[in-house]
Design a protein around this ligand. Structure first.
Ligand code: ZN
Length: 177
């Protein structure tokens, strides 16, 4: 059971101002902590073991340094921001997935000149990414859920009203929506 919990464990990251700004997997959360970029506010009762020590698995982290909301209204292009833009929904099969199950797909394949841009990168589950392979959506007969565009949201909102009910109990004191 522990393995299952670890594989799906997600960690809420708060800005230095305590606003929730993103959700990361536990490996990325541990990295933020090891790099001294964040404090652990809440932990799960189980531990992550390394060769020398064991650590409580974080549930809520707070960044030490305040991250400014995206200044010009356009989000920095990154894997996490593409997932946020697409609401963690595979743009081919329209299903919702955990962060660890998602990949970035080049709409026009990289091998055929497709760039790494907001307009050419979408969220795809592993199965769809594999199935689409080196084809365009038309060739693969896998139409996109929506046309990919630059992400213009001014501040990231990792939590929507829609998914509020499925949130871990331990996050709830930090979320006001
Ligand atoms: Zn899919």
């Amino acid at each position: 059971m522990l393995v299952f919990h670890l594989a799906s464990a997600r960690v809420l990251v708060l800005n230095a101002s305590y606003e929730p700004i993103r959700i990361v997997n536990w490996q990325n959360a541990m990295l933020l902590w090891f790099q001294n970029k964040a404090d652990i506010l809440e932990s799960h009762s189980y531990q992550v073991k390394s060769a020398l020590e064991s650590f409580p698995l974080p549930a809520v982290l707070r960044l030490k340094k305040y991250i400014k909301p995206w200044a010009n209204g356009q989000a920095r292009f990154s894997r996490d921001n593409v997932f946020l833009r697409d609401d963690y929904i595979c743009q081919y099969c329209h299903k919702s997935f955990a962060h660890s199950q998602l990949t970035l797909d080049h709409v026009m394949p990289y091998s055929r000149g497709g760039g790494k841009t907001w307009e050419n990168i979408v969220t795809a589950c592993k199965a769809c990414n594999h199935k689409k392979a080196n084809k365009t959506p038309q060739e693969a007969n896998m139409p996109l859920l929506k046309e990919p565009k630059a992400f213009l949201q001014r501040a990231s909102k990792p939590i929507s009203k829609k998914n509020k009910d499925q949130l871990p109990e331990i996050w709830k004191p930090y979320i006001f929506i």
